[in-house]
Design a protein around this ligand. Structure first.
Ligand SMILES: Nc1ncnc2c1ncn2[C@@H]1O[C@H](COP(=O)(O)OP(=O)(O)OP(=O)(O)O)[C@@H](O)[C@H]1O
Length: 213
């Protein structure tokens, strides 16, 4: 199985000696071989490659669809798939928390996850799925134009927190969504001046709170 040929340890729990040095060394060995993802159990540690990687193709999506974590080399698709599977299996709300310092790649990761979910859901409802995920992804452009700024660490840094909901029907197809923004960091504007909530019902999209200026 290809996971055996992985450089370094694909999961940090496999390190014999879990020191900070060993952790960083493993991350470096893997990154030098183009492996930007490493697990800690069911947590995915990701290193921003700052360049286009050939690991987000339809073939990769097909490869990870419906597979278990341990079957394939670490990838954010495996995490997205695990969350989706667990929602479908147990009919329970599932959430993915993405955290890291500025420029770590959180916003990109959320887009990669949404693209993956859009690609693996039911083909018969493709048009509706593309409509919902299209709105979720495209609304990023609006939010980024209001709430992003260039900083020393990131040319396109989100200066606000974002909570995104995707709603699924009983078959597991996305039928709506919701994006909440909070903690806008801008001394000149109050949060009322940002488009605060985008609500995507199953039929159309509307902005709940508009720019009041
Ligand atoms: N998987 C990736 N592949 C290639 N480039 C990436 C990837 N993830 C992030 N990047 C690059 O890093 C930049 C910063 O990423 P991103 O905006 O997602 O960081 P962030 O963690 O959301 O930062 P902030 O907290 O400042 O908003 C992106 O504009 C992109 O150029």
């Amino acid at each position: 199985m290809d996971i055996i040929q992985e450089p370094g340890k694909p999961d940090f729990v496999l390190l014999d000696n879990l020191t900070l040095e060993a952790f960083m060394e493993n991350l470096k060995i893997r990154f030098q071989k183009g492996r930007i993802y490493t697990y800690i159990g069911e947590v995915v540690v990701s290193v921003n490659p700052y360049k286009a990687m050939n690991i987000f193709t339809p073939e990769y999506i097909k490869d990870y669809k419906g597979r278990e974590f341990w079957e394939k080399p670490p990838h954010i698709y495996a995490l997205a798939d695990a969350a989706y599977k667990s929602m479908k299996r147990y009919m329970k709300d599932t959430c993915i928390v993405i955290s890291g310092e500025s420029g770590a790649g959180k916003t990109e990761a959320s887009k990669i996850i949404m693209n993956y979910i859009a690609s693996i859901t039911n083909v018969s409802a493709r048009a509706e799925i593309e409509r919902v995920t299209g709105i979720l992804l495209k609304s990023n452009v609006i939010l980024e134009s209001f709430g992003n700024a260039k900083t020393n660490r990131n040319d396109n840094s989100s200066r606000f927190g974002k909570y995104m909901d995707i709603n699924f029907d009983f078959k597991g197809d996305p039928i709506g969504g919701h994006i909440n923004n909070y903690l806008l960091e801008n001394p000149g504007l109050s949060t009322n001046n940002l488009v605060k909530e985008i609500f995507i019902p199953s039929t159309s999209c509307y902005l709940v709170q508009q720019n009041k200026r």
